[in-house]
Design a protein. Structure first.
Length: 105
């Protein structure tokens, strides 16, 4: 570009020197075609794969699960959850009763 490095900077006019209108194409030249897309690429040959240098070891066998112990642990956790929920419910009922009694009296 003549003058500046970027369009819009002082002295960065078109090479002809005069103002240019209509999208930047010189007068009498072919119109700009826009983005033509990515360049064409060639696909790899059929059956091509990257080279494999390390073979993973086969998966190991998982230990057996103790279903009875899992059931007991789940029941204990459920009992604890229900106990905490009941305690919270009692506290909320007591607080509600306390607040309602203060409003009424």
């Amino acid at each position: 570009m003549a003058g500046g490095a970027w369009p819009g900077t002082p002295g960065a006019g078109p090479p002809g020197g005069g103002p240019q209108f209509g999208g930047g194409a010189p007068a009498g030249g072919p119109p700009p075609s826009g983005y033509a897309g990515p360049p064409p690429s060639t696909p790899p040959p059929p059956g091509w794969r990257p080279p494999v240098h390390v073979q993973p070891s086969p998966p190991r066998r998982l230990p057996p699960q103790d279903m009875a112990a899992m059931d007991q642990a789940e029941q204990r956790a459920q009992r604890l959850t229900y106990g905490i929920g009941a305690a919270v419910a009692v506290v909320l009922v007591l607080l509600t009763c306390l607040l309602c009694s203060r409003v009424l009296f």
